[in-house]
Design a protein around this ligand. Sequence first.
Ligand code: MN
Length: 415
Amino acid sequence: MTLSTWAPVPADSEFGVANLPYGVFSRGEERPRVGVRIGNNALDLAPLLARDHEIPVQGPGGGLAEAVAAESLDALLAAGPQAWKSLREWVTGLLTDPAKESEASPHLVPLADVRMHMPFTVADYVDFYSSEHHAANVGKMFRPDAPPLLPNWKHLPVGYHGRAGTVVVSGTEIIRPCGQRKAPDESAPTFGPSRRLDIEAEVGFVIGGANRLGEPVPASAFADYVFGVALVNDWSARDIQNWEYVPLGPFLGKSFATSISAWITPLAALEQARVQPPKRTHDLLDYLADDPDQPWGLDLTLEVDWNGTVVSRPPFASMYWTAAQQLAHMTVNGATVRPGDLYASGTVSGTEVHERGSFLELSWSGSEPVRLADGSLRTFLEDGDTVTLRASAPGPDGVRIGLGEVTGQIRPARC
Ligand code: MN
């Protein structure tokens, strides 16, 4: 049965009552607080929840009413999967019960009037590398004389630990990084602004659970640990990266900024998007085994917009490793995760040119410029350029679930 809401939702909206993402907003000089997006409004949860005595679940450090009155999603993340379920049921009930309209509608705030904030405090940040097509494309460009995939790639989800403190919310300006660069035909490195500033279109997973040191999280516990999904732009300085990354992996070419969407889509809104991941070509070790009946491949369609021109539509369903496998791998050595951890999928690239999730691949390392709608040609980012990533997923009864957007504009270097 399709749920309908009394709240205003435009007919073509991807933010109907089947979606209900969480974010942190403020209006004017008011304090930031937790809201749920419905249509083009944020529902201000705290004043509604404070007077509702039917919410049974208490989170640590107080109840759900306290959690949503906070200036971030941190307490809600820590409250755990039963609390997430109770809150989602309560919000859904509020928005679908006509008798609640008079009480709740004064707490709808137009998104045009609000400022969105960083939704949670990022604890640890990990970035994976789980698109076979992206890894193969990068391999061909960075290691032209070797096989495109390294021998470990189909046996484990390759990743690295990134910099949590420079994860920023959508809309934050990105200052072009400075650093050491050395092109293959140069004899020595030079210092200066990156000349090959790029994007990576990715999907991020926001953790709310915590395991104990030494106790791995099995792939089957994914939904108990992951609260929801964010869009991620892993800004990347390819010239800095290419010179520094051997042998220990990405460092300053990545750590200057990573942008995430302001709205976090609950995992529960993506039930209809679950699909089987691509067929595996190698036997997997047991801890990475997929559950064939409960796959965590996700049929998300991403969109890369460069100064108003959509230049790519990367298909997330083509990702070789699922987020459940990534979580299992990330903890198999006994490492802990904790509320606020963010891990990103790796650049999403499909098989086709128009499905590539980085400009490195779209311009084939700068050799095939991309033409934008205004006639201009691009290889890598220029100062003033704006990149916006969007995504959506199939929802119930043919509706689309929007994952919002993550946008950022490039500002000149300061070196
Ligand atoms: Mn990345």
